[in-house]
Ligand binder design. Structure first.
Ligand code: SF4
Length: 822
């Protein structure tokens, strides 16, 4: 029988739903998929070694042969369709054919033919849910599950339903389950004092607009499944206009988050405030929040890609008005990644719209580390920025299965620091009832609540004065208290997991002068420009033109060649290549261009970063020709992306000039991100005021504030020896930036050492030992370094703690109080 004549009639084992699909359609689909997406980057090295290079037909032939179906596409698809017919959402059948594990993305492309369509569906009863998910709910569970569905409705997109058939990690997020009836937890995790109509103002400088109360899919861990949230009526156009007017009269508000539910489900309510806010002079950024990018991407492609095109047009209009548009989305597990999602992110970023990702931390789903590493790495390749991981997910009724102790989230931060590109490390954040904190910089666990062991007290950066301007009822609430340093502690429902994380309160310190030593700043600028290399080599250097700065990152000279490229090619953990030479990357662009084109063939590298301090000090070297060339080297594609970024350094807000804004915009509109690494330098920029101004200024012109180096940066070496940075100032800086800035302005606070980067407080411990400060690097052990360099031995001055983590002396720091973030 020829290919065209074979049709599979699939009957799903539980639902008894049927579907018919022609073999020719499946062959064409898989051949096309392999032709365009069949590389190692998306599908993994093992599978790539099977299909190899070549056109789609050649790859498919190799796949058939290894799967035991040489020249027998009919038999191959008979096995796959039979497996898919048996696959249920709670028990997905492993898609393994003759020991060949078929990647999820490939199977999804097959499922799109068998279960086509892109709509979303509400399941009102158990039988309907069984049909959708190919489930068979046992008789003795049906009543209870119906009760769950009556309490917390089920809504799913066909996109998620396909993903659920092959991944438990997707089912876990969206399928109803009996434990949802547990009454433990809260109805709301916020106090409610910030709510006014469609407006919610939790921070002075930014406001949330709740424009639509429902979502295309209901996530089981989210408060939105609760009736009182879900059944709120949507605001009217008049309400929306009133809210825009309110913003017009609130000059302190700089950013608006347009959210819901999913605001993109409500065209009128979404379009009206975008047009209205465009005209408000003090508004700088509109942040549009939608999870549809992950679970319902077709929303953006429907109606001739209405929303996608709308966003591009509005971004241009907002740019003309000196404002920016950003899209915020959620991803939780790598099994959610789809070609549509990646394409959507890339398309937005290529058009100058930043996309940033937030991730709730879910027990039993993304709480180990490797899954988040894979997820974030793929999102980074597509062009996304990482914003937060929320630990734990909100402690509301019916979602206790998802709760993790705080300690688990902090442990994962160590794993990520060791195995993920520094550019996509998330801030580890908890949303307390009075606002967010970042663990071990702007907030920490103070103590367990004396009255109820299910609650802990968390130090926040917020003060009573902070709220006075917009939420005067703050002092009426019993889940906040003023602590000994004058900020507020918030009472929060969570398990700590490790009693040592309770570190008490700190005392208020003296207010530091904000006067800048301009002479010193000038000298330091000159020194920085003399040699732009960082020179961090955590293991022995394979050549004098390449140093390994991290498992995922190498720094190479513009004069690197075959030897260095071969080193990169051999280690598929390397995702980032930083061009770091004595002179500015823009001055070696001819050589760098040639190297980037060669690195483009190394599938595991998904980002090249060009260190360019002249971006700050001599932006005029970025001519039209340079910008065009950089744009041509930036490859934001789904199959094998290689993102280009500019790494620069701003030391002080007075360095920011209008020319930078124009330049960033030109680069952003080519999908190129610019980020700043900033070393803390006493008398120059080490106060809360100065860093807050710098963070605000960078955000205003579109530069990502990547990392603040607390110690260890080359520029700090000589300066900080004479003018050390006070650890208490770092806490004050983090407190101020979190409290008074946008969440998108917050840098990572990092210490650079000869053994790599660690996060201040979060993935390191600083202690004083006989007057010498010593730093423990929690992400790393000797095995970590040996995996990159079998000959590795600890440097002489390094000792280890009882868990084998390196401990080394650190200079350039002092501590003027007896409070340590450990
Ligand atoms: S999409 Fe967002 S708001 Fe909607 S249910 Fe999921 S987590 Fe909640």
């Amino acid at each position: 029988m020829g290919i065209e004549e074979t049709v599979y009639h699939i009957e799903f084992v539980n639902s008894r739903e049927t579907s018919s699909v022609a073999l020719s359609e499946l062959v064409a689909g898989v051949t096309d998929f392999l032709a365009h997406f069949g590389g190692a980057y998306l599908l993994g090295k093992t599978f790539y070694n099977i299909v190899g290079d070549g056109d789609g037909n050649t790859k498919f032939k190799r796949l058939l042969q290894t799967a035991g179906y040489k020249n027998d596409a009919k038999g191959f698809f008979a096995e796959i369709t039979e497996k898919l017919a048996r696959s249920t959402s709670t028990n997905p059948v492993p898609m393994i054919v003759n020991n060949v594990v078929l990647p999820n993305l490939l199977v999804l492309s097959v499922l799109e033919k068998i279960i086509p369509g892109n709509r979303y569906i509400s399941a009102r009863n158990v039988s309907q849910y069984e049909k959708l998910a190919n489930e068979s709910i046992p008789e003795n569970e049906r009543d209870a599950l119906q009760k769950v569905m009556d309490t917390y409705p089920v809504r799913l997109s066909l996109h998620t339903l396909r993903q659920m058939r092959i991944s438990k990690n997707i089912t876990y997020q969206y399928a109803p389950f009996l434990e949802e009836l547990d009454t433990v937890g809260q109805t709301n995790t916020w106090i409610g004092q910030f709510h006014q109509g469609l407006l919610e103002q939790m921070y002075q400088n930014r406001v949330i607009f709740l424009l639509n109360m429902s979502c295309p899919v209901y996530c089981r861990f989210c408060f939105r499944k609760h009736k009182e949230s879900r059944n709120q009526t949507n605001p009217t156009q008049a309400d929306v206009k009133k809210a825009v007017k309110h913003i017009d009269q609130s000059p302190s508000v700089k950013e608006i988050v347009l959210t819901g539910g999913d605001p993109f489900l409500n065209k009128k309510n979404m379009m009206c405030p975008i047009d209205g806010l465009k005209e408000v002079p003090h508004v700088q950024t509109l942040r549009l929040a939608t999870r549809s990018i992950s679970y319902y991407p077709h929303l953006f492609y429907d109606n001739d890609a209405f929303w996608l095109n709308y966003l591009k047009i509005k971004n241009m209009e907002l740019q003309q008005a000196g404002k920016r548009l950003e899209v915020a989305t959620h991803f939780i597990h790598p099994d959610e990644i789809s070609l549509d999602s990646l394409a959507l992110i890339s398309e937005l970023v290529k058009n100058g719209i930043a996309v940033y990702v937030q991730t709730p931390f879910l027990e039993g789903c993304n709480d180990e580390g490797p899954e988040l590493t894979r997820l974030f790495s793929l999102l980074r390749g597509a062009g996304a920025e990482l914003h937060y991981i929320y630990i734990p997910c909100s402690p509301i009724h019916g979602n206790s299965v998802y709760w993790s102790p705080i300690s688990k989230g902090l442990e994962v931060s160590r794993y990520l620091r060791a195995h993920l590109s520094d550019r996509i490390i998330p801030r580890i954040c908890t949303a307390t009832p009075i606002g967010k904190i970042d663990w071990h910089s702007s907030g920490w666990a103070v103590e367990r609540d004396g009255a109820d062991e299910h609650f802990i007290w968390i130090r926040t950066p917020y003060t009573p004065e902070y709220f006075k301007a917009f939420a005067e009822r703050m002092d009426q609430f019993d889940n906040v208290r003023v602590n000994s340093e004058g900020t507020l502690d918030a009472r929060f429902m969570a398990q700590i997991g490790d009693e040592r994380l309770f570190i008490g309160s700190r005392k208020a310190g003296p207010t530091k002068t904000a006067v800048t030593d301009h002479e010193a700043l000038k000298d330091l600028q000159t020194i920085a420009l003399k040699d732009q290399r960082i020179g961090c080599a955590i293991v022995s250097k394979p050549s004098n033109k390449l140093s390994r700065a991290h498992e995922t990152r190498v720094e190479i000279e513009a004069t690197a060649g075959d030897e260095e490229l071969e080193y990169i090619r051999r280690d598929d953990r390397i995702t980032d290549v930083v061009f770091s030479s004595k002179q500015d990357a823009m001055e070696s662009l001819y050589q760098i261009e040639a190297l980037i084109r060669r690195i483009g063939n190394i599938h595991h590298v998904n980002a090249v970063r060009l260190r360019s301090l002249k971006f700050n000090y001599h932006p005029e070297i970025y001519t039209r020709g340079v910008i065009d060339l950089l744009g041509s080297l930036n490859r934001l594609t789904v199959a094998n992306p290689m993102r280009l970024e500019i790494e620069t350094q701003f030391l002080h807000s007075n360095e920011i000039r209008p020319a930078h804004e124009k330049l960033v915009r030109s680069l952003n509109n080519k999908g190129i991100t610019v980020y700043s690494n900033t070393p803390l330098l006493a008398t120059v920029n080490d106060t809360a005021d100065k860093i807050h101004s710098l963070a605000f200024g960078l955000r205003q012109i579109g530069i990502e504030f990547h990392q603040i180096y607390v110690a260890g940066w080359p520029l700090q070496e000589a300066w900080s020896a004479k003018h050390p940075v006070d650890l208490q100032d770092v806490i004050d800086i983090a407190t101020r930036v979190r409290r008074d800035g946008s969440g998108r302005e917050i840098p990572r606070y990092v210490v650079l050492t000869e053994l790599g980067d660690v996060d201040f407080g979060l993935t390191s411990k600083i202690l004083t030992d006989n007057g010498q400060m010593r730093l423990t690097l929690l992400p790393y052990t000797r095995d970590y370094y040996k995996s990159m360099d079998p000959e590795f031995e600890w440097p002489e001055r390094v000792t280890t703690d009882h868990d084998g983590h390196p401990v080394l002396p650190i200079s350039g720091l002092i501590n003027t109080a007896d409070f340590f973030m450990t």
